[in-house]
Design a protein around this ligand. Structure first.
Ligand code: CDP
Length: 227
């Protein structure tokens, strides 16, 4: 049977949370375990910020950014992100790109321009998506909504390890400071602020391994399906 790109019968697991909480890794592993598709929505904001820098569009030019976002040639394949057919994963993973993404993510017109693009990832047999507003705005009917977090200190350590592994320079103190600023900006903005919605379950991972966090989401998913 043909299914439209946003068929509401296709299940979604929405995993939201603050910077460097590990939600991307957990979401990807849950998707793998269930054979579901995976959407890293933060990568879309990061690529848009990168494309704006390339095109000379200022990070506060809301209409210009929204129009740029609507025209982006963006693809995900096997863990890599392609902009206009070129891999850009390495260019968008640094802290600078994250900061730029967080700035443009505060602009409502830009967020609106990216909405349908994100919903198009809802494909059979299911989707696991991670971000800030997956459960609140993009997939409000998600079957399972998780708010995944950890202490700021633990998140700074996780981000430090991730950056060093990818060959970036990193400083733990500066990362902690930056994370706190990004948390404050993401939580204070009026457009889709970062917050745990009432229908999301809290997954506090400061003292959990990745495997334990993944298992908890899979257990909740099993409970959801049998409920
Ligand atoms: O890895 P980290 O959590 O720092 O960043 P990310 O998930 O790649 O997202 C980069 C930035 O995009 C975040 O700081 C958010 O401001 C923004 N974002 C958003 O507003 N909404 C989303 N659904 C995903 C990301």
């Amino acid at each position: 049977m043909f299914r439209s790109p946003s068929d509401l019968s296709i299940p979604v697991i929405a995993i939201d949370g603050p910077s460097a909480s590990g939600k991307g890794t957990v979401a990807m592993l849950v998707a793998q375990a269930l054979g579901f598709h995976y959407l890293d929505s933060g990568a879309i904001y990061r690529v848009t910020a990168h494309a704006a820098a390339m095109a000379g569009v200022a990070l506060d030019h809301e209409a210009g950014l929204a129009s740029l976002a609507r025209g982006l040639q963006l693809e995900f394949d096997a863990g890599e992100v392609f902009l206009n057919g070129k891999p850009v994963g390495d260019l968008i993973r640094g802290e600078e790109a994250g900061r730029a993404a967080s700035r443009i993510a505060a602009l409502p017109a830009l967020r609106a321009a990216l909405l349908e693009r994100q919903r198009a990832f809802r494909q059979a047999p299911g989707l696991v998506s991670d971000g800030r507003d997956m459960g609140s705005v993009v997939f409000p009917d998600a079957a399972l909504k998780v708010f995944l977090t950890a202490s700021a200190e633990e998140r700074a350590k996780r981000r430090y390890k991730q950056l060093i592994e990818k060959g970036f320079d990193a400083n733990l103190g500066a990362l902690l400071q930056d994370l706190k600023e990004r948390d404050a900006r993401d939580a204070a903005r009026s457009a889709a602020p970062l917050q745990q919605s009432a229908d999301a379950v809290l997954l506090e991972t400061t003292h959990l391994t990745i495997q334990q966090a993944v298992q908890q989401v899979l257990d909740w998913w099993r409970d959801c399906k049998t409920a």
